[in-house]
Design a protein around this ligand. Structure first.
Ligand code: KG4
Ligand code: ZN
Length: 339
């Protein structure tokens, strides 16, 4: 059995996870989220400093949780991109130092592969072929997956503008709900009417082949902005809960419709939904119902494994180690815009 330690620092979460043969042995997480709240978004300098301060204590905590010592670790994996450059640099530097000091192989891991692999910790190995919908603060993509460690991930479509999580965050700001927007919108939406505001479903219905699996959320955000501005100008009654609920319903409708279509088009019967937005309760419920009706097996990790964490990076590292692939060495850099 080989023990792989994974480190994630691409945004505001410092995460360390430890995985062996697809089993999560322990993990720990620190977040600088509270320091960003008053700015309404992540401040890269603040996030990088927080990573630097917490990375070694998160490592120690993860080892304690896994009941392991550092010399029992066989390999190290680290997020090399994409993400905030200054945040990535801290993680890559720390992981290089650990690998060098311990004489262990180091593997550079793509953040998005991590989000997908998070699901394998809960639901086991991926089937031969699957479709993944990755929805986070930086990504909204439909992907075709084979073997995560050895086969390339095929992009079916991406967002043309804002990522889904970004749209949640921006709409929350419009509604004066606290950052991060996703959980705030979800909470507000619980007591809102999803049919109260008539909002567009961008790129749904009749679209060109090129945009069949593409997303666009900036127009939806602008439609919410127009609604809010009009209500504020005219004094018309407006409940933030209703706007939040209508917005959430529109995003969820678009995401699930396109993901189910991608599965049908490609004759694939397993759909994964991963990334921070996959923690959204309404997205999970609608996907469950529609996948059930379409005969598609839905896999969504527990909310804690949806948002950024170290376990997901350890999960990819573990798959790569077991595939027998060569380590990355010590000469790679952080690639903040990794494709
Ligand atoms: O995957 P993640 O933790 O970081 C990135 O890689 O971006 O995703 C963060 C995003 C944020 O935009 C946040 O608002 C969103 O995920 N998010 C949610 C929920 N929880 C987090 N969006 C909708 N509903 C949620 N419950
Ligand atoms: Zn992420």
């Amino acid at each position: 059995m080989s023990v792989t330690l994974g480190l994630e620092t691409s945004c505001d979460e410092t995460g360390v996870g430890i995985v062996a043969d697809g089993i999560l042995l322990g993990q720990a997480l620190a977040s600088s989220m509270d320091e960003h709240i008053r700015y309404g978004g992540v401040v890269p300098e603040v996030a990088a400093r927080a990573h630097l301060e917490s990375v070694n204590s998160v490592l120690r905590q993860a080892l304690t949780n896994a009941d392991l010592s550092l010399d029992q670790v066989d390999a190290i994996a680290v997020t090399s991109g994409p993400g905030l450059a200054s945040s990535l640099h801290v993680g890559v530097s720390a992981a290089k130092a650990w690998a060098l000091a311990l004489g262990k192989p180091l593997y550079a891991v793509h953040h998005v592969a991590g989000h997908v692999a998070a699901d394998t910790l809960e639901h086991g190995p991926l089937p031969e072929r699957s479709i993944a919908l990755i929805v986070s603060g930086g990504h909204s993509s439909l992907l075709m997956l084979k073997d995560l460690a050895t086969d390339p991930i095929v992009h079916l479509g991406d967002t043309l503008d804002d990522a889904a999580g970004e749209a949640f965050d921006k709409v929350a700001r419009l509604l004066e709900l606290p950052y991060p927007g996703g959980p705030s919108i979800q909470r507000a939406a619980e007591s809102g009417d999803p049919t109260a505001v008539d909002l567009p479903r961008p790129l749904l219905g009749k679209v060109s082949e090129r945009h069949r699996y593409a997303f666009s959320f900036s127009g939806l955000k602008s439609a919410v902005a127009r609604h809010v501005q009009l209500a504020r100008r005219t004094g018309a009654p407006m409940r933030a809960e209703d706007v939040a609920s209508s917005f959430q319903e529109a995003v969820v409708d678009v995401l699930v419709t396109k993901a189910v279509a991608a599965c049908r088009d490609h004759g694939i019967d397993t759909l994964l939904i991963v990334g921070g937005v996959a923690a959204n309760a309404r997205l999970r419920a609608v996907a469950e119902t529609r996948c059930g009706a379409a005969g598609i097996t839905l896999r969504v990790p527990a909310p804690r494994l949806c948002t950024d964490n170290g376990a997901m990076i350890a999960a990819v590292g573990d798959l790569i180690v077991r595939s027998g692939a060569k380590p990355s060495g010590l000469d790679f850099g952080a690639d903040s815009s990794a494709p």
